[in-house]
Design a protein around this ligand. Structure first.
Ligand SMILES: [Zn+2]
Length: 426
């Protein structure tokens, strides 16, 4: 395995350990300090029939009070004596009844949580005891909306987004809603290139029941495209929308021409071992990257091709151009790994995966030095059971939703500056 891959894997396992340590720390703290001031350690929005808000507290005696405000609509939740267990970030949500959530500590008297809303709510609340504490559940009385997030699934998990720091902690909660308003300059959409593998004369893998990979992956790609069409701030682009053959290099070039911020190639796996099953996600390997850097240098140095961010290689001497490509590639690979694990995490929700971490391989189609790229092997077409699932439209839709959700979860954290999704972080 190459050094970067090892480093990235170590990094990701270190992050996991840190997170686990944090959670275990919180749990043991919860047991030890149940008589002390309650601490709020988690907030989650859950879309069920109604939009539900979950606040996790480490204390069995924690209480809450709430009230609503209008102009603009807000729901205020006061937690007497409580403090934040960790710095929970101010979060914004692109759709749904909750526009943003922020926290303000009022000395040792109470912790105030303010939810900026897109409309009125008629909330009811209850405390449910959980191990080591309790959960405050607020039913907003507002039906979950019919959009991307309304699948009875979490749209946000604060514990998993520690890098977004609270900026408004301690600030009076009833001030300054302006920063959540629309930006002055028109933010652009994030462009996602969706590449259905194979096509035309290239059928890809062929299942035992004679299912062609090129057909099922196109069906999933089109469903993913439709999913992403419904997300504000995202512009999906299909590399192929019918049964045509496109060379691998051409797929990358089509993505570049579409100004893609991200490239997602969709495939179905095959193995000689018929029992192999489950999805996998790949990013480019280091050896694939370095050979590509040389190829790029040779091909694009004298042309007017630019890396993203309008960095032109034109006129640069070889050493500098090489350095620029390597730097860009390093960043792109890190991002690819990150978006890959985000997608993989969502895939694990719909069934067992083949490998539990993002794998790295020198797939040609992933070699754009400046466009984060992943390849999703949806399932094993060589496995009879999975072949049946792959031709099932419901399962195709589940795959598309999982991949779309994984991309979205990544973009909410990492969408490039100047995009609508990045503006939601502000
Ligand atoms: Zn394939």
């Amino acid at each position: 395995m190459d050094p970067l891959a090892i480093m990235l894997r170590q990094l990701s396992s270190i992050t996991q350990w840190l997170l686990m340590g944090l959670l275990m720390g919180l749990a043991s703290q919860a047991a030890a300090v149940s008589q002390a001031a309650p601490k709020l350690y988690g907030f989650t929005i859950v879309q069920q029939d109604n939009v539900m808000l979950h606040f996790d507290l480490d204390n069995v005696e924690a209480r809450s009070e709430m009230f609503t405000l209008v102009k603009p609509h807000r729901l205020v939740v006061d937690l007497p004596k409580a403090t934040l267990a960790t710095q929970l970030p101010t979060q914004t949500f692109q759709e749904g009844i909750v526009k943003a959530v922020r926290y303000a500590q009022h000395g040792t008297d109470y912790l105030r949580v303010v939810l900026d809303l897109r409309g009125p709510v008629s909330p009811t609340s209850r405390m449910v005891s959980r191990q080591g504490g309790q959960r405050l559940i607020i039913d907003t009385g507002v039906a979950g909306n019919g959009t991307f997030d309304n699948r009875g699934r979490l749209i946000s998990r604060t514990q998993e987004q520690p890098e977004r720091q609270t900026q408004e902690l301690g600030q009076a909660p009833d001030q300054d809603n302006s920063r959540l308003g629309p930006q002055n300059s028109e933010p652009r959409d994030v462009v996602i290139a969706i590449d259905a593998g194979h096509g035309g004369k290239d059928p890809g893998a062929i299942g035992p029941g004679n299912t062609y990979e090129k057909d099922v992956v196109l069906a999933v790609a089109i469903r993913l495209h439709n999913q992403l069409m419904a997300v504000k701030g995202v512009k999906p682009v299909l590399i192929r929308s019918d049964d045509v053959f496109i060379a691998l290099r051409e797929r990358m070039e089509l993505a570049r021409k579409a100004n893609a911020d991200m490239f997602v190639s969709i495939h179905a796996d095959a193995a000689t071992h018929a029992a192999a099953r489950g999805g996998s996600v790949y990013a480019l390997s280091m050896d694939g990257a370095s050979s590509e850097a040389a190829a790029w240098l040779a091909k694009n140095k004298d042309e007017s091709v630019s890396l993203h961010g309008d960095v032109s290689l034109h006129g640069l001497h070889d050493g500098l151009a090489q350095t620029l490509i390597s730097l860009t590639q390093g960043d792109t690979m890190e991002r690819s790994m990150e978006v890959g694990s985000s997608v993989l995490e969502e895939l694990t929700r719909i069934g067992p995966v083949h490998k539990t971490s993002v794998e790295q391989k020198a797939f040609a189609v992933l070699k754009s030095p400046d466009i984060p790229s992943i390849l999703v092997e949806t399932a094993f077409l060589s496995n009879r059971e999975e072949e049946k699932k792959l031709i099932n439209s419901e399962y195709q839709e589940q795959l598309a939703v999982a991949i779309g959700q994984g991309l979205y979860n990544y973009l909410i954290k990492r969408a490039p500056e100047g995009t609508y999704l990045a503006s939601l972080r502000k």
